[in-house]
Design a protein around this ligand. Structure first.
Ligand code: FES
Length: 225
């Protein structure tokens, strides 16, 4: 069965094809800066399952039907435009950084070492490695780093999988981290661009559904491992 995700109208995400799920923790330093991802416990799931999108299920991460009782409004407002058309471009001497701010999932990997937007203006090997690291760790795919000479994007390798983001430093759980090119189709049947990294809202509060807009941090969404 093809691995895929379908957004349902005012309801959950239907996930098909035996997609693995695991908790994914943001690892921070003493200053609270995001440095790495740490994979947590896997969540047992059948080949086909429904993941809560309203944030109120009693059996998170799965849907238990609560969305109907609370009258969840899951209206999709996100653009279907390809990333390249949504993103601005920050030119550096050796690398190029693409940035689609509306896809920010507030994971903050872009902040350490003086911020990725400044690092990309440099040409020393350490700064360039940091650009690759910080852009590639961005779960929502807001940031993409490319080599200027070849135009090749630097992407981490992911098997098709779903992460349940945990942001302990901020005291919140985060979005669904959809990795490895899993196709996502809207409730109206229109596909979103297939990408290596996207973050889907699961707290119910995003104003850019189905994508995360960082609202989980302000409501302290809680689905801890
Ligand atoms: S989407 Fe069904 S309970 Fe949240």
């Amino acid at each position: 069965m093809t691995k895929k995700i379908t957004v349902t109208e005012n309801g959950p995400y239907l996930v098909e094809g035996g997609v693995p799920i695991a908790h994914q923790h943001i690892v921070t330093n003493a200053e609270g800066e995001s440095l790495e991802w740490r994979e947590g416990a896997a969540v047992a799931a059948p080949a086909k399952y429904a993941l809560c999108r309203c944030g109120r299920s009693g059996t998170k991460p799965f849907c238990d039907g609560t969305h109907k009782r609370i009258g969840f409004d899951g209206t999709e407002t996100a653009s279907h435009e390809p990333y390249e058309r949504q993103a601005g471009v920050i030119d550096g001497p050796a690398m190029v950084l693409e940035d689609a701010e509306g896809l920010c999932a507030f994971a903050r990997f872009c902040d350490p070492h003086g911020q990725v937007w400044n690092l990309v203006q440099k040409s020393d090997p350490r700064s360039l490695k940091l650009v690759e690291h910080e852009a590639g760790h961005c779960p929502g795919g807001r940031l993409v780093a490319k080599h200027r000479a070849t135009g090749a994007a630097v992407e981490p390798h992911f098997e098709p999988s779903i992460g349940l983001i945990q942001d302990t430093a901020q005291g919140t759980s985060g979005p669904l981290w959809v990795r490895g090119g899993l196709p996502v189709t809207g409730a109206d049947g229109r596909p979103y661009e297939v990408r290596n990294r996207v973050a889907l809202c699961r707290c119910g509060a995003s104003s850019n559904k189905p994508y995360c807009d960082g609202s989980h941090a302000s409501i302290r969404f809680n689905d801890k491992e």
